[in-house]
Design a binder for this molecule. Structure first.
Ligand code: URP
Ligand code: ZN
Ligand code: ZN
Length: 480
């Protein structure tokens, strides 16, 4: 009889499709058996009364990244991935962010170095293209895609990062040729800039005015325009961080027409709101992120869109900035909302907050929770079935949940470097008791057991999601 290195005994094992009571046998880094009554392992974890899910896949997070504001965010690869691991996330897809004038290949090499030094969970990169000049698309992008970086992000807003429509078409065209998924930050830059200037001119500078400065129609307009351009080129597109009812409806309408477009939302758009920014002084700045937090109606629409499959993933958009001169107060002690870095920490609480909302509060099923936080992001970015599921042959990335554990979030609960939490005061039910990465227990009872640099790079090429549907616009036939 073959004995596994580790057997997780008697848990309720959840995938994106099934929940069953079973033992999980692990040898080396891999799941080798899922069955009742497995023979004793060399090591065992008693998971009776617990729930076992795949390790989380956070497919949108900013780590050790130079942001649109020109600031480096608060985390290093080590601190962000320790934070991820503590919350049950074992795979992250942060960004390698090009700024104007930079070589994309050099940027990717830089981020590789930072991640190799610090990461404690496995990782891939989305490339950010802020300067898609012809030589980058011709001489650098193809090799980078071949090296396993098969997704990129472009911004339609932010002064330093945004691309114009023609540049976006160039990116879509090159991505289609090389088999690369395109992700987009879709908000109308002109509407945001126009509103921002007028609000500030009228002295309306408090954090809460960040919300009207990003009009909800700015999101719907840019989503519609981005999808129209992607449909024209026939390039699959992911709409990042959908925050509004109108934004979700726009994605749904194009999907209904057979367009290959995917949608993401983030924990904060489902569970926090515009009123969180309405606090004395600059305190509300902790809740400034883009797109901004929205209204109860929007949250309801986003939950429905997740249920209907319009939105396929829930990411963190982790973008931590301290509330001091290194972060949100870099432009002075009393900045306007326009002068504050955009973003909040979320890589650690994404899974516990969603477990509470979906599973403990019964908003969705356990299989939905797994699908939205692990399996779908792994599939969309071509990490599945190595990541994002529990199956024989998959990496043994697992979270063992104590479904009864209750935690009240404080500013000290998490391990990122922002120094505060947007979820402060919230009581949540369900918490990871063990986190396994490729068969190693890297978190047990709140203690980390992983060395910086022990995370591995996950090269990705092609994948069904990035494959064009084969129906480019008729006009393109003239181009040969
Ligand atoms: O406010 C946010 N989300 N900051 C990060 C950059 C982005 O737009 O994704
Ligand atoms: Zn974005
Ligand atoms: Zn982001």
């Amino acid at each position: 009889m073959v004995h596994c290195d580790l057997v997780i005994k008697g848990g309720r094992v959840a995938t994106a499709t099934d929940v069953l009571e079973a033992d999980i046998g692990i040898t080396g880094e891999t799941v080798v058996a899922i069955a009742k009554g497995l023979p004793t392992g060399r090591l065992e974890i008693d998971a009776r009364g617990k729930i076992v899910t795949p390790g989380g896949v956070d497919s949108h997070c900013h780590i050790e990244q130079l942001a649109a504001s020109g600031l480096m965010n608060a985390d290093t690869f080590e601190t962000a991935t320790v934070s991820a691991a503590m919350g049950g996330t074992t795979t992250v897809v942060p960004f390698a962010a090009q700024h104007v004038g930079m070589s994309l290949a050099e940027v990717v090499a830089d981020y590789h170095e930072r991640a190799a030094r610090g990461a404690v969970v496995d990782y891939a990169f989305h490339m950010i293209l802020a300067d898609p000049r012809p030589e980058i698309l011709r001489d650098e992008l193809p090799g980078l895609v071949r090296d396993g970086h098969s997704s990129l992000k472009v911004f339609l807003t932010y002064d330093r990062l945004r691309v114009e429509d023609e540049q976006f078409l160039d990116v879509l065209w090159a991505a289609r040729e090389h088999g690369c998924m395109v992700c987009v930050h879709a908000e109308n830059h002109g509407m945001i800039s126009w509103m921002g200037k007028r609000l500030v001119a009228q002295g309306l500078t408090a954090p809460k005015f960040h919300v009207p400065s990003h009009p909800r129609l700015a999101e719907a307009e840019a989503i519609n325009r981005a999808i129209a351009m992607a449909a024209f080129i026939d390039q699959p597109l992911m709409i990042f961080h959908v925050s509004t009812r109108e934004g979700a409806a726009t994605v749904r309408r194009w999907q209904g027409e057979g367009t290959k477009v995917f949608g993401e939302t983030c924990t904060q758009y489902l569970t926090l709101g515009a009123t969180d920014l309405d606090r004395p002084g600059i305190e509300g700045g902790m809740w400034i992120c883009s797109p901004p937090l929205r209204e109860p109606d929007d949250r309801e629409a986003l939950w429905q869109a997740l249920g209907q499959g319009t939105l396929a993933t829930v990411s963190s958009d982790h973008a931590p900035y301290r509330m001091d001169e290194s972060g949100k107060l870099a432009r002075g002690p009393n900045p306007s909302f326009k002068e504050m870095a955009n973003g909040m920490a979320g890589i650690e609480l994404r899974l516990p907050v969603l477990f509470d909302a979906m599973v403990s509060q019964g908003r969705m099923s356990l299989t939905d929770f797994v699908r939205l936080t692990a399996t779908e992001p792994a599939k969309l970015y071509n990490l599945h079935p190595k990541k994002g599921t529990i199956a024989v042959g998959s990496d043994a990335d697992l979270v063992i949940w104590d479904p009864e554990a209750t935690t009240t979030i404080t500013h000290d609960t998490t391990h990122d470097r922002s120094g505060y939490s947007a979820y402060v005061g919230r009581e949540i039910k369900g918490w990871p008791s063990h986190v396994l990465r490729r068969g190693a227990v890297i978190v047990e009872a709140g203690e980390l057991r992983a060395a910086p640099g022990s995370g591995q790079f996950l090269p990705r090429t092609g994948g069904a999601a990035a494959t064009p549907s084969g129906r480019p616009a008729a006009e393109l036939a003239h181009l040969g």
